[in-house]
Ligand binder design. Sequence first.
Ligand code: KG4
Ligand code: ZN
Length: 387
Amino acid sequence: MSEEKPYYILGIESSCDDTSAAVLAFHADGTVEVIAQKTASQIDIHKAYGGVVPELAGRKHAENIMPVIEEVLGEVRSQKYEAKSKPFVPDAIAVTAGPGLLTGLLVGVETAKTLSYLWNVPLVRVNHIEGHIYSVLLKEQTTGTEPINYVTHKPINFPALCLIVSGGHTELILMKDHGVYELVGKTRDDAAGECFDKVAKLLDLEYPGGPKISALAKTGRTDAIAFPRPMLKEPNYDFSFAGLKTSALYWLRDNKLSITHGFTSFLPNLLGHFGISAPAITREDFCSSFETAIVDVLTQKTLKAIKQYNPKTVILAGGVSANQKLRDALQSSIVILSPDIQFLTCPREYSMDNAAMIAMAGYAHAQKNDFSSWDTITPDPNWHIYT
Ligand code: KG4
Ligand code: ZN
């Protein structure tokens, strides 16, 4: 570890339903340290509605933003990072300016502007998707009970093909260099996480439904129900999940299954009448077959794009990247295709929205002196990083 003073960034994230702040230290030898991170989740508020309600989200971000920032600053100040003479102030502030819900983005950007002016430190305007991409450079902060503070800033070998899968996005992006992005494909309707969440709602599972479906899927049969694999055969890299969601809805309706009390399909009874026995389809089978359909589409489309673009790195990020089946399927098929391709995915603790990934992306901009002025920075709910 170098003796040189590290470069400190305060990251702020408030684009959806998490209010998050983090302070990262970037050391001269390339190591990165997440000194403190605090996230106030709004899941308990939004789950009653089955999704994020923008007005409620904005109000909650406004309530939570200063407490989470004060908490991380307090943690930093209580550690050795406190300079003896004056209180700790970061070298830069990185804030999510889009894409996302305007109500949340406004709270984050206005707070960052105020602190930038007060402390006289530069501001970095970070794209939320770019934050997810840079989350793969973070490492688990804990193993067992011992915290590991120092993590290595791994290089990304370019070009990198990024599969970003979250509640609001499903995109394949070609990253040619730091800050240089080209769109390869995206969803034409629902995002993969949105599809998980909506189908989970049909099963009376709480928002966010992805992790709940995935947990039930663990003991189910992957091939119990032949769900469609939308757009797999089409000559492009786009996705569509609305049809898959509808077919899950129709399957539940047509099989007259009780969504709350588990499945006892009438089909085995009918077959039994003719002396044929078929295993009943369980809730776990339904979840496993549905999850497998989404994972198959995401994996196959990404493999197709790899063959076309020959990336040196494949990056998997966004909330849905926490899905173990997706991680395993993508990684193992990449190894078979070409063992030389570097596969990077984020630690699970950084797969959902968080401020550490925003600070991480902010650092790449700060290194290029790509700052925004507090009096001109604005949020953009529809901001695309790619050309
Ligand atoms: O990136 P994120 O925190 O927020 C957005 O930017 O949208 O992603 C949240 C999404 C939700 O749709 C959630 O259901 C999904 O990620 N998700 C999962 C899993 N964990 C989170 N989907 C499938 N399997 C999981 N294990
Ligand atoms: Zn996100």
